[in-house]
Design a protein around this ligand. Structure first.
Ligand code: NAD
Ligand code: ZN
Ligand code: ZN
Length: 390
């Protein structure tokens, strides 16, 4: 089959690789009908290189049709399914508490990581990803969600990651009707965190330097700002700052010169050395996180959806402690949020605006160009969906 593979820093290519096979009785194989490129894939593309192997199949936002089912699969061939990006068993201590990203069956203990993830480096189990013609889905009775057949893929696809991640970001922010919320970053995660919070009755302010991303958010009733908006948003929230702030940017924030050099150096170092630097140095770009700490009101909450990876990032503990800030974070426990989201996704009135999200559709073969377009935010690119069948 054809698949998008990691080849080196800022270099992916589409290669012919062996088809996946059923390895466990609870596996299924799906024929992929849609697979999206995520902001998290850009971390592999750039910063997480030392944990990638040449030829690794990437991608973790995937849906398709079951074409083969293992002997213990409860889902038959022919089911149309969405695949959550974390791989979880559904019955361990963690899964039974909804903490699927900490699944004790699939945890990658060798690297001290939580649950295995599709297409997300050695740190998360080197599991072949979904930017391919076919995908093997382990623990499919829990890890494949059967959906209806009437609506197009783009109504369901984002249940794999973007929507549950945004939902968890809002939930961890503790947003209630009437609250104020600021969102840093208006990539896919920020777009939907902002829309979900507005849908739940919050007043939402969002910050992103990219004008087309601000324009998209404005179309959904969000008040937006260019980068230096902390004072303006404070003024709009009676001088206190918003009740909660979501950081939907993560470790590759713009405008954080101190760690930028370390970042690009890590991508270029020999793997073993790069890994050591990554594991021991503080090297995230912390612009959005610092902004969130500064902006949130005293006694408020910060929710981190953006991914961070440094082990010794300098954090202003004085401000966090003195302001009495709560902080929650983590990979999205996708499966646990789907029941809240499915009715919204299937609602005829499209309350979350899924019809206004995907900016680029392309055949799988065009993945390398699409990665570049997405990373550079060229051509108004906000979300790319690849179709392996076109
Ligand atoms: N927690 C999870 O489970 C989970 C799941 C998916 C994605 N993520 C993470 O969420 C983050 C966002 O993902 P995405 O797909 O939306 O990515 P993206 O790269 O498309 O979006 C990031 C946005 O942040 C903006 N930005 C950069 N620096 C900024 C700053 N200093 N202030 C304000 N905005 C700034 C960029 O212009 C861009 O629009 C990434 O870190 C990604 O890895 C986490
Ligand atoms: Zn993703
Ligand atoms: Zn589990």
């Amino acid at each position: 089959m054809r698949a998008v593979t990691w080849q080196g820093k800022r270099h992916v290519s589409v290669e012919t690789v062996p088809d996946p096979t059923l390895d466990e009785p609870t596996d299924v194989i799906i024929e992929v009908t849609s697979t999206a490129i995520c902001g998290s894939d850009l971390h592999l593309y750039e910063v997480l290189g030392p944990f990638m192997d040449k030829g690794d199949i990437v991608g973790h936002e995937t849906m398709g049709m079951i074409v083969e089912a293992g002997s213990e699969s409860e889902l038959p061939a022919g089911d149309r399914v969405v695949i959550p990006f974390p791989i979880a068993c559904g019955h361990c201590w963690m899964c039974s508490r909804g903490l699927v990203t900490q699944c004790e069956t699939t945890q990658v203990r060798e690297h001290g990581s939580g649950a295995a993830l599709f297409g997300y480096s050695r740190l998360y189990g080197s599991v072949p990803g979904g930017q391919a013609e076919y995908l093997r889905v382990p623990h499919a009775n829990f890890g494949a969600i059967t959906v209806g057949t009437d609506l197009p893929d783009h109504r369901y696809l984002f249940l794999s990651d973007v929507l549950p991640t945004a939902w968890q970001g809002v939930a961890y922010a503790g947003v209630q009707r009437g609250d104020s919320l600021a969102v840093f970053g208006l990539g896919p995660i920020g777009q939907f965190a902002a829309r979900i919070a507005a849908h739940l009755g919050a007043t939402v302010y969002a910050i992103d330097p990219a004008p087309e991303r601000r324009a998209m958010a404005e179309r959904h009733g969000i008040t937006t700002f260019d980068s230096d908006a902390v004072e303006q948003i404070r003024d709009l929230t009676e001088g206190r700052g918003p009740d909660a702030v979501i950081d939907a940017v993560g470790m590759e924030a713009h405008g954080s010169p101190v760690t930028t050099a370390a970042h690009s150096i890590v991508g270029l170092l020999p793997d073993a050395v790069g890994r050591k630097v990554f594991e021991t140095a503080g090297l995230d770009r912390l612009g959005a996180l610092y902004g969130a700490i500064d902006l949130v009101r005293r006694g408020g909450t910060i929710s981190l959806s953006g991914v961070y990876g440094g082990q010794a990032d300098p954090i202003p503990m004085l401000s966090l402690f003195d302001k009495q800030v709560q902080v929650r974070m983590g990979q999205a426990n996708v499966h646990a949020h789907v029941d809240h989201l499915l009715p919204l996704v299937e609602d005829d009135s499209d309350p979350l605006g899924l019809e206004d999200f995907v900016t680029h559709r392309a055949p799988l073969e065009q993945a390398p160009a699409m990665y570049e377009t997405f990373q550079k935010k060229e051509d108004g690119c906000i979300k790319v969906v690849l179709d392996p069948r076109s």
